[in-house]
Design a protein around this ligand. Structure first.
Ligand SMILES: Cc1cc2nc3c(=O)[nH]c(=O)nc-3n(C[C@H](O)[C@H](O)[C@H](O)COP(=O)(O)O)c2cc1C
Length: 189
């Protein structure tokens, strides 16, 4: 069987730090989002939500949520730290926040709903990278911050942020990183 797996066997993330934050073509973004929600989902419950952050909203969330929350927890923060926290999201041209939003279900376990949300993150990443964009899946500290979750429309009593998919322009091709030896992680019964 011939399978074109060259993309999947060589795919790499480009770190948010190293991507250029040009805005993302809206047709491309639509394609990435459409691919992102095309995931296995037991019971077709759609137990996730995608929030697209771009343009001025990146700066607004950086300042009103990330920096504000960081300062609250780190009153003694250095100038360098303040600089980093004031422009986290602005490293991307667009950032897609993926929320795990489980629903009550008599048969389908919570874990499976959360796994489906991770599949959304991976599909977004694969699609953006296959189109030549720089992309990275990050959580960093603010994925675990209640104010961030609320700002994205999440319910802090049950929802979680599965990740922020940063998308930008590649400045250069990333180097390969260390990969596991298949023998260490795969067994055949
Ligand atoms: C759920 C999740 C959260 C992550 N959060 C971070 C993070 O906060 N900071 C970081 O440096 N890398 C984080 N990573 C790892 C990056 O995505 C990293 O770039 C990736 O492991 C590179 O692998 P790749 O080239 O195979 O895509 C996270 C990965 C996952 C799956």
């Amino acid at each position: 069987m011939t399978i074109n797996n060259s993309f999947f066997s060589s795919r790499r993330s480009v770190t948010a730090k190293k991507m250029s934050a040009n805005s993302i073509d809206s047709n491309d973004l639509d394609k990435i989002l459409a691919a992102g929600i095309r995931v296995p989902d037991h019971g077709a419950l759609n137990p996730w939500k995608l929030v697209v952050i771009q343009g001025m909203k990146l700066k607004q969330l950086d300042e009103e949520v990330i920096l504000t929350e960081f300062k609250k927890d780190n009153p003694e923060a250095s100038k360098g730290d303040i600089e980093i926290e004031s422009s986290r999201l602005q490293r991307g041209g667009a950032v897609i926040a993926v929320l795990s939003q489980p629903v009550d279900h008599p048969k389908i376990p919570l874990w499976e709903m959360q796994l489906s949300s991770a599949a959304v993150c991976m599909n977004l990443l694969n699609c953006a990278q296959s189109m030549g964009y720089a992309a990275q899946w990050l959580t960093e500290w603010y994925a675990y911050n209640d104010m961030m979750l609320k700002s994205l429309g999440g319910n802090v009593s049950k929802d979680k942020i599965s990740g922020f998919i940063y998308i930008g322009t590649k400045i250069k091709e990333p180097n390969e990183r260390r990969r596991p030896d298949p023998k260490d992680v795969i067994t055949y019964l």
